[in-house]
Design a protein. Structure first.
Length: 305
């Protein structure tokens, strides 16, 4: 067979193959991995990749969600249903429990958010369960600090990340050696883009929470973003609640996640919309990334996802 006649891997299949390789490497090198599953699109793709990597056997790791208690109810319903369908074990690390136990102090006021409190809850859960590797769905195109991070992101015994002290990853070789108390965050989707994720979801016909598609919702506008009206929202003088047709590009704490005006009601329409956009999802829809240019990097240094 000539070189020209040989079958070629498509772009998505090449990304899929790389991510499956990463997952299998982690399963082979680490004793107690865990997959972070929020019910969002990136972690939905991770679940599909884990199925392809390990089925028909059960996953060699549990799933874990760091639940702020202020998540979109549609996403929590999807999370629980999907875990039940897979027959896998879900660990829920609760920010509310961290507040109740005095591990963190809840913010107050109209701009309060539990998103930043997740770091302590995550690190406590990793220590409690002895996890030495945690799969996450972060991608390098999300935010500039993400682009600095390797596929294997090492965290010290305080859970902190040092962007200046990372190991080389040549020829897809990953060094999983860690000392007691350290752990690794692993990002199999590092080389994917948001468009790749949606094209893969479309190709695999994966179910996603309904908030990813256009729907009518009561929202209020603040700092150029449309926030969902919820029991956790506190309006500022002059803000009004209106009904808009929106969808969400990312899921998270309702207090800091904005919707985008959209008519995209199918996977094909979402793919076309993402292909046309020139604004990153976190830049358009996550308020906590607008605090400063280094907001994400500062949180990651402290142990954030």
């Amino acid at each position: 067979m000539s070189v020209a006649a040989r079958p070629q891997l498509s772009h998505l299949r090449a990304l899929e193959s790389e991510a499956i390789h990463v997952m299998r490497e982690v399963a082979a090198e680490f004793e107690r991995p865990v997959l972070l599953f929020s019910g969002g699109k990136d972690s939905i793709v991770l679940l599909r990749l884990a199925e392809k990597a390990f089925r028909p056997a059960p996953f060699p790791f549990p799933l874990m969600h760091v639940d702020t208690g202020h998540n979109f109810p549609e996403v929590i319903e999807f999370r629980d249903r999907r875990v039940t369908e897979l027959g896998e074990r879900l660990v829920v690390a609760s920010v509310q429990e961290s507040i109740d136990n005095g591990r963190v102090v809840e913010e107050t006021g109209p701009r309060a958010s539990r998103n930043r409190l997740q770091t302590v809850t995550l690190l406590d859960a990793i220590a409690e369960h002895g996890f030495d590797a945690a799969f996450g769905g972060a991608r390098r195109d999300e935010e500039r600090a993400r682009a600095k991070e390797r596929v294997f992101s090492f965290r010290d015994d305080f859970g902190q990340w040092d962007p200046k002290n990372q190991r080389p990853e040549l020829w897809n070789l990953y060094n999983g050696r860690i000392n007691n108390g350290e752990h690794v965050r692993v990002f199999p989707l590092s080389n994917w883009t948001e468009l790749d994720v949606w094209e893969y979801i479309d190709q695999e016909q994966l179910e996603v929470p309904s908030i990813y598609f256009s729907h009518e919702r009561e929202v209020f506008k603040r700092d150029g973003m449309l926030y969902a009206m919820s029991p956790f929202a506190e309006l500022i003088d002059g803000e009004e609640v209106t009904t808009e047709t929106v969808r969400y590009r990312t899921v998270g704490d309702m207090s800091c996640t904005g919707g985008v005006v959209s008519q995209a009601q199918t996977l094909d329409e979402v793919v076309l919309e993402i292909a046309a956009t020139r604004i990153t999802e976190r830049g358009e829809t996550r308020a906590d990334d607008r605090v400063s240019e280094a907001a994400m990097e500062d949180r990651k240094k402290a142990g954030y996802f």
